[in-house]
Design a protein around this ligand. Structure first.
Ligand SMILES: *[C@@H]1O[C@H](CO)[C@@H](O)[C@H](O)[C@H]1NC(C)=O
Ligand SMILES: *[C@@H]1O[C@H](CO)[C@@H](O)[C@H](O)[C@H]1NC(C)=O
Ligand SMILES: *[C@@H]1O[C@H](CO)[C@@H](O)[C@H](O)[C@H]1NC(C)=O
Length: 446
C-alpha cells in the first residue's frame, strides 16, 4: 500500500517536474556566448587590486589591446580577486569582462575630473541637468558581442558623492550611469553584483539583443534615481533571474522624452522580464515615464515585489506622444505597497516648454493576469487622458488586499475602457465584467 502511494507520488512529481522544465523559459540563445580563446589579465597591464592604486591606464591599455589586436573569437579580460579603483572606461567589441569571485571594479569619486558626453538625441538634453552628461562609469558605444560576467564579482559606483551633489543641488551635469550600452548589439550581462550606482544602474539605449540575467543590483533605499535596469529605445531585451533593490524603479522601460523622443522615433519592443525579485520605494516594473518613441510587446512574468511604492506603474503625459501597446504582466506577487497597479496619464516632467500639447500618448491592450498581493494600501489607480482614454485594459484574476485592520483606499479610475474578471476588491464600473467580449479576449494575448 505504501509503495503504491509512493509510486503515485513519484509519478505525479515526475510529471510536474517534467512540465516545469518544459515551461521554464529562459533568455538562453538570444545572444550567442562565444568562447574566447584569447585571455588576458588586468595585472598584465599593471593593474593593482589594492583598493588605492588608480587603474585607469591599465583598463584603457588592456581594452586598447583587445581593440587593436583583433582575435577571431574575441578576448577575455580577467579581473582577479582584489579591489581595482579606476576612472570611467570604454569597452570594445568582441570582449568579455570577467570578474573573479571577490573581484571589485570600483569607481573613483573624482567628480571634477569626470569626462562628459553628448546628451542622447531622444532626450534632447541631460535627463536631470541641461546640456551634456557625465559619461557612464563603464560605457559601450557602438559595440557588439560584449559579455560582462564572472563569479559574481562586484562593480561598485561609490555613488554617495553623486547622491549628495543631487541632494545639495550642486550637480552641474546629469549623473553617470554605472553601465551604459549605446547603439550596441549582442550584449550579455550575467553573474555580476552592481552596487551604489551614481544614477541608473544598467542603461541599454538604442540597442538590440541584450540579455541580463543572474545579476544582483543594490543601492540604498534613499539613494536618488538609482533605477535598476532601464531598457531605452531598445529591442529584443531579456532580463531574468535577478534581484534588484534600489532607491528608484527596479526596471523601467523607456523610449525618449517628449518632442526629442518623438522626432528620434525609436521604440522599445520585444522585452521579456521574468523571475525578478526586489524592493523599492518606487515601482517594481515601470513603463516610462519617457515613452515618446513608444513601447510595445512586453512580457513581465513571475515577479515578486516587497516593500514597494507601486508594484506595476505605467506613466506618461500629454506632450509625450508615443504608443504604449501590448504589454502583459503575468503572475506578480506584491507584499506591502502603497499601490498595487498604477496607470497614469498625468506624470508631468517635461524637458522644456517646447513640448507639443497635441502629442497625446496612446495606451492600449494592457493585460494584467494573476496578480496577488497583501498589505497593499490601494489596489489600483488608473487615470487616463480626457478625450483620449486608455483602452483595452484587461484585468484578470487580481487579488490585492490590505493589511488586517489597515484602512485601504478603493480602486480609482477615470478615462479608461477595458474588462475585469475575478478582480478583488472589485475595480471600477469603467471596466465592465464581460470577459469574453471585452478587451481580455483581444487577439493581442490570445
Ligand atoms: C569613450 O566613449 C565616449 C562615447 O563614445 C567618447 O566620447 C570618449 O571619447 C571615449 N573615451 C575614451 C577615453 O576613449
Ligand atoms: C551568482 O549569483 C547568482 C544569483 O544571482 C547565482 O544563481 C549563481 O549561482 C552565483 N554564481 C556563482 C558562481 O557563485
Ligand atoms: C504581443 O506581445 C507578445 C510578447 O509579450 C508577443 O509575443 C506577441 O506577438 C505580441 N502581439 C502582437 C500582435 O504583436
Amino acid at each position: 500500500m505504501h509503495q503504491f502511494i509512493l509510486s503515485i507520488v513519484l509519478c505525479i512529481s515526475a510529471v510536474v517536474s517534467r512540465r516545469a522544465v518544459a515551461e521554464m523559459a529562459t533568455c538562453s540563445g538570444i545572444v550567442t556566448m562565444r568562447y574566447r580563446y584569447d585571455k588576458i589579465s588586468i595585472t598584465d597591464f599593471g593593474g593593482v587590486g589594492d583598493g588605492k592604486t588608480l587603474n585607469t591606464k591599465a583598463f584603457r591599455a588592456a581594452i586598447y589591446r583587445i581593440h587593436h589586436l583583433k582575435r577571431s573569437s574575441g578576448t577575455l579580460l580577467y579581473i582577479p580577486p582584489g579591489v581595482y579603483l579606476t576612472e570611467s572606461f570604454n569597452l570594445t567589441s568582441h570582449m568579455t569582462l570577467y570578474l573573479a569571485r571577490d573581484a571589485v571594479i570600483k569607481a573613483t569619486q573624482d567628480t571634477w575630473n569626470w569626462p562628459l558626453v553628448d546628451p542622447l538625441p531622444s532626450y534632447g538634453r541631460g535627463r536631470e541637468r541641461p546640456g551634456k552628461r557625465y559619461m557612464s562609469f563603464i560605457m559601450g558605444d557602438g559595440v557588439q558581442d560584449v559579455v560582462i560576467t564572472g563569479e559574481n564579482g562586484t562593480i561598485d559606483g561609490q555613488g554617495d558623492i553623486w547622491w549628495n551633489m543631487w541632494t545639495q543641488r550642486t550637480l552641474q551635469y546629469t549623473r553617470p550611469h554605472l553601465i551604459e550600452f549605446m547603439n550596441s548589439k549582442q550584449i550579455i550581462i550575467s553573474n555580476i553584483i552592481f552596487k551604489n550606482s551614481p544614477y541608473w544602474n544598467i542603461h541599454p539605449v538604442y540597442c538590440s539583443d541584450v540579455v541580463i540575467r543572474y545579476v544582483t543590483i543594490l543601492a540604498p533605499r534613499n539613494s536618488p534615481n538609482t533605477d535598476g535596469i532601464d531598457p531605452d529605445s531598445s529591442s529584443n531585451v531579456c532580463i531574468e533571474d535577478s534581484h534588484i533593490s534600489t532607491g528608484d524603479d527596479l526596471i523601467a522601460i523607456k523610449s525618449g522624452w517628449d518632442e526629442y523622443g518623438i522626432t528620434y522615433g525609436r521604440p522599445s519592443s520585444e522585452i521579456t522580464i521574468r523571475r525578478v525579485t526586489g524592493s523599492s520605494p518606487f515601482a517594481g516594473i515601470a513603463i516610462g515615464s519617457e515613452t515618446s518613441g513608444g513601447v510595445k510587446n512586453v512580457l513581465a512574468e513571475h515577479i515578486s515585489l516587497f516593500n514597494m511604492g507601486v508594484g506595476i506603474h505605467l506613466k506618461t503625459d500629454v506632450g509625450r506622444g508615443g504608443i504604449i501597446r501590448n504589454l502583459t504582466f503575468y503572475v506578480v506577487y506584491i507584499e506591502n505597497a502603497e499601490k498595487g497597479i498604477k496607470i497614469a496619464g498625468d506624470t508631468g516632467d517635461h524637458p522644456d516648454n517646447n513640448f507639443n500639447p497635441n502629442a497625446i500618448p496612446v495606451v492600449q491592450d494592457i493585460a494584467m493576469k494573476n496578480i496577488w498581493g497583501i498589505k497593499v494600501q490601494q489596489p489600483g489607480l488608473i487615470k487616463g487622458i480626457k478625450d483620449a482614454p486608455f483602452t483595452g485594459i484587461c484585468l484578470s484574476n487580481i487579488n490585492l488586499y490590505g493589511a488586517r485592520g489597515l484602512r485601504t483606499t478603493p480602486w480609482e479610475c477615470s478615462d479608461v475602457k477595458g474588462s475585469a474578471l475575478k478582480v478583488s476588491p472589485w475595480p471600477c464600473s469603467e471596466l465592465v465584467g464581460n470577459y469574453n467580449t471585452g478587451s481580455c479576449s483581444s487577439p493581442f494575448w490570445a
